[in-house]
Design a protein around this ligand. Structure first.
Ligand code: ADP
Ligand code: ZN
Length: 522
């Protein structure tokens, strides 16, 4: 590859783009000058050019560490099409290709070599690279080094040694994970404290963000799908079993649905990926295992049937929609049970206390996002320390603002119904008591004689479900998941409400929600 010309020339001549986007130019210039950089840009923001251009303009070979083989192969193929000398080293190459790439590398003929962290850190490879002159080291998906993130890769931690092994070679770490904690974590774990940090705006104006309380999730999902006939989308579920159940149900409804989760045989995973990449209108029903390296540009919607455990994970997952910049829709369905389950897992987790606290904070931030009555996009970006400055104008809350009302009395009724029934029952039973429904269980326990029996008959069942959800979100109620989930009070949060010392503002939309149960796979 001819190395003459400025980065802008190369951008135009080799990549065929008229100019830089956003922070690309500043990042490229910094790395060209030999500085270390951390680049934070949303998915689709154009991170690759930030190392590919300096790789072409600086003398020597660039090492690109990447965690996913499929991703590496795609990148190498794309670069080769542009006439760039690139290769990959990883465990799934056939021996011939491996030898070819090795020879080209030894002869100094490669501009870029993509390598998995395991392969990079194997003694043979390190020695081989130490004999070469390197233009830079790029560490893609750098958040994988953060122990507290959702995509932690232990192999990434050893990358901190690269500074000592390759002194004077600029390093550039790249990620689409934006929260400030991951940022500090990456810089520390990679021993890059001196790096310049380039943070792009994470606002994706073409993504329409919406969250809805779960009423009948499959019916809610179908409504979304009906808005996107013959388009590609992703439906995230919280468990493998649920992806299979949901996909089968959707297929029964005539939707071109495929399953993807980490427990599938390799062949099935490959087939699902191939269909997704083929460009046909397919709906992938997946666990979070379906993610990194998915870069189909025309994904028109992303749905979550269970709540992600952090705003970071949520943002990354919805970010897989609309990479082509066209309007795309995202929908998160959430329910009190999700919240209870996530909190339950956290308390059961064997993780160190400090880590649990971080996970807890992230979970609470996620819950707050689902419950916010303000601009959803703005609240999401605020999680990453970014202030949008104005409401986005196109999220669900911007389009139809939710008001709030003083629901203190309702909250008190609900909390006392939970208390009076002995904190041993689930939502269904407690609501029966409030509604004055003399169910078998109510009669058997003589709960029809409680002073709370029937005090909530002026409201609907869904209204009370909404109150429970918001009290769970607020931390005044907890759901203990035994054989059957039971509601109980969290004393320090519930007492001031019961005593009338604290007002409870509830979202007004629970006043108008109706029972809309339709066909459901459960
Ligand atoms: P990321 O790695 O941040 O997800 P990519 O590097 O894959 O994003 O870039 C996303 C898309 O944007 C790609 O299709 C790429 O070709 C395109 N792109 C990147 N930079 C530019 C630019 N300066 N001008 C035009 N298109 C660009
Ligand atoms: Zn908004």
């Amino acid at each position: 590859m001819e190395r003459s010309g400025s980065p802008l020339d190369v951008l135009r001549r080799v990549f065929g783009y008229p100019g830089f986007r956003g922070l690309q130019e500043a990042a490229v210039r910094h790395v060209m000058g030999g500085g270390d950089a951390l680049v934070l840009m949303p998915t689709g923001g154009g991170k690759s050019l930030c190392y590919q251009l300096p790789a072409l303009c600086r003398p020597g070979t660039a090492i690109v560490v990447s965690p996913l083989i499929a991703l590496m192969d795609d990148q190498v193929a794309a670069l080769r099409q542009l006439g760039i000398a690139a290769g990959a080293l990883h465990s799934e190459l056939d021996p011939d290709e491996q030898r070819r790439v090795g020879r080209a590398l030894d002869a100094g003929q490669l501009d870029l070599v993509y390598v998995s962290p395991e392969r990079l850190l194997s003694p043979g490879t390190l020695e081989r690279l130490q004999r070469r002159s390197l233009s830079l080291i790029a560490i893609d998906e750098a958040h994988c080094v953060s122990q507290w993130g959702h995509e932690f890769r232990p192999e990434y931690r050893a990358l901190a040694d690269l500074a000592a092994r390759f002194p004077g070679v600029p390093r550039i770490a790249l990620t689409a994970t934006a929260d400030p904690r991951t940022r500090t974590d990456v810089l520390e774990a990679l021993a890059m404290q001196g790096a310049r940090v380039f943070v792009a705006s994470f606002h994706r104006p073409n993504l329409q963000v919406a969250c809805e309380a779960k009423r009948a999730e499959s019916a809610q999902l179908l409504e979304l799908l009906h808005r996107h006939p013959d388009e590609a989308g992703i439906v995230y579920c919280g468990s493998r079993a649920k992806t299979e159940r949901m996909a089968a149900w959707l297929q029964g409804k005539g939707v071109a649905a495929v399953v993807f989760h980490a427990g599938l045989p390799a062949e099935a995973k490959r087939a699902a990926l191939a269909r997704f990449r083929s460009g046909e209108p397919v709906v992938v029903v997946a666990t979070i295992a379906f993610g990194m390296g998915i870069d189909r540009p025309d994904v028109r919607f992303v749905a979550h049937l269970d709540m992600p455990d952090s705003p970071e994970a949520y943002y990354q997952q919805i970010g897989r929609a609309g990479r082509d910049g066209d309007p795309s829709e995202t929908l998160l369905l959430y329910g009190g049970e999700d919240i209870a389950r996530a909190r339950h897992w956290l308390t059961q987790s064997a993780a160190p206390e400090a880590q649990k606290r971080v996970m807890h904070d992230r979970l609470e931030a996620m819950i707050a996002l689902t419950e916010t009555a303000g601009c959803r996009t703005r609240a999401l970006l605020a999680c990453f320390g970014e202030d949008l400055g104005a409401d986005c104008g196109h999220c669900d809350n911007c389009i139809s603002p939710v008001g709030t009302f003083d629901g203190t009395v309702e909250a008190q009724k609900l909390l006392s119904a939970v208390y009076r029934t002995g904190q041993r029952f689930g939502a269904g039973h407690v609501i029966n008591v409030l509604l004055g429904k003399a169910s078998e269980m109510v009669l058997q326990r003589q709960h029809d004689r409680l002073p709370t029996f029937g005090i909530g008959a002026d409201r609907t069942r869904n209204f009370w479900r909404g109150v429970i959800r918001q009290l769970v979100a607020r931390g005044a109620l907890q759901v203990e998941s035994g054989e059957l989930p039971t509601l109980s009070l969290v004393t320090e949060k519930a007492r001031p409400i019961l005593r009338g010392e604290e007002r409870v503002m509830l979202r007004e939309d629970i006043l108008i929600e109706r029972d809309r149960r339709r066909g459901s796979p459960e």
